[in-house]
Design a protein around this ligand. Structure first.
Ligand code: THG
Length: 279
């Protein structure tokens, strides 16, 4: 299954037969204190810097999140989107749980973005899916619902199925649905990694959809987070993750090596080029 994402000038194809597509995570005030401080003082320079540096380090798509206390996402998110479109050609993954902020960002975006995200919660399904349909975007579906995040794969798989049904029911093609089976910190629950991995394996087999992963979530609170993130990413890619959200400045080489191991890098040329560029 292939999902095509675009900016005004660039097209990215996500699929099982393709090299992994890396979504850069760093434009997110919750996970980037410097950015949070800059945004509060109305300074957009760091947004540009983070966009340029992530693309230089191999990001194919950029996640953009404006969610923080004391700011109006409906104003800030489209401003950030415009700022990023001026500085790089990478397509965007627009990250908000506020449908009005998503709409405001979609109004200024050029191309076909990913909306991050819809959940199995009734309110989310009813407000976000119509936007996906209207603007013909791709969508990330999170496997949680009105009862919260299930800690067993069976219920996560059931929610994945429900999100797909509801989306297809209003004419959103399955190709445009990307599932996120929710990687939670393994430092606070030793089974969180395994539940995620079992779920993606089953969701891929059952529905064939593209899969994302919030790679850095897994290592919260543990030492040497980058090492954990790299290994977890490789396992997740082996089980079907095709477009993880990552700190590309830290894990790109691991992603290339995993691609090489999975037969996605003919003549090892992408790996060799990246290695040479790193010398
Ligand atoms: N799934 C989907 N979207 C997501 C997530 C997900 N979006 C947000 C998040 N999870 C993924 N993004 C991040 C971004 C940063 C971090 C974790 C996840 C992070 N940052 C360091 C920290 O907070 O300690 C950075 C420190 C810094 O540079 O300031 O861990 O799961 N669909």
């Amino acid at each position: 299954m292939q999902t095509t994402i675009s900016s005004g000038l660039n097209k990215v194809i996500i699929g099982d037969e393709q090299p992994v597509v890396l979504i850069g995570e760093r434009i997110n005030p919750t996970g980037n204190k410097k950015l949070a401080a800059a945004l509060l003082s109305d300074d957009m320079n760091i947004v540009t810097q983070e966009a340029v540096s992530q693309v230089k380090n191999g990001a194919d798509i950029l996640d953009v999140n404006a969610g923080m206390a004391d700011v109006d996402e409906i104003i800030l998110l489209p401003r950030m989107v415009k700022e990023i479109m001026k500085s790089v050609n990478a397509p965007l993954c627009i990250d908000s749980n506020n449908p009005e902020a998503l709409r405001a960002a979609l109004k200024v975006y050029k191309g076909k973005p990913i909306i991050n995200s819809v959940t199995g919660e009734e309110r989310s399904l009813q407000t976000v899916l119509p936007l996906v349909k209207e603007y013909q975007t791709a969508i990330i579906g999170l496997t949680l619902d009105d009862d919260g995040i299930p800690m067993d794969s069976e219920r996560r798989i059931a929610i994945a199925g429900r999100i797909i049904n509801r989306a297809e029911g209003i004419g959103i093609p399955r190709e445009d649905i990307i599932l996120d089976c929710l990687a939670m910190p393994i430092g606070s629950d030793s089974q969180a990694g395994l539940v995620f991995l079992n779920t993606i394996h089953a969701v891929k087999a059952k529905f064939g959809v593209n899969l994302t992963l919030g790679n850095s979530n897994i290592s919260f609170g543990l030492p040497d987070r980058n090492a954990i993130n790299r290994i977890f990413l490789a396992i997740a890619m082996a089980l079907g993750v095709t477009c993880p959200i990552v700190d590309v400045t830290k894990i790109r080489l691991a992603a290339l090596i995993a691609d090489l191991a999975l037969g996605h890098d003919d003549f090892a040329s992408r790996y060799i080029n990246a290695y040479r560029a790193s010398l």
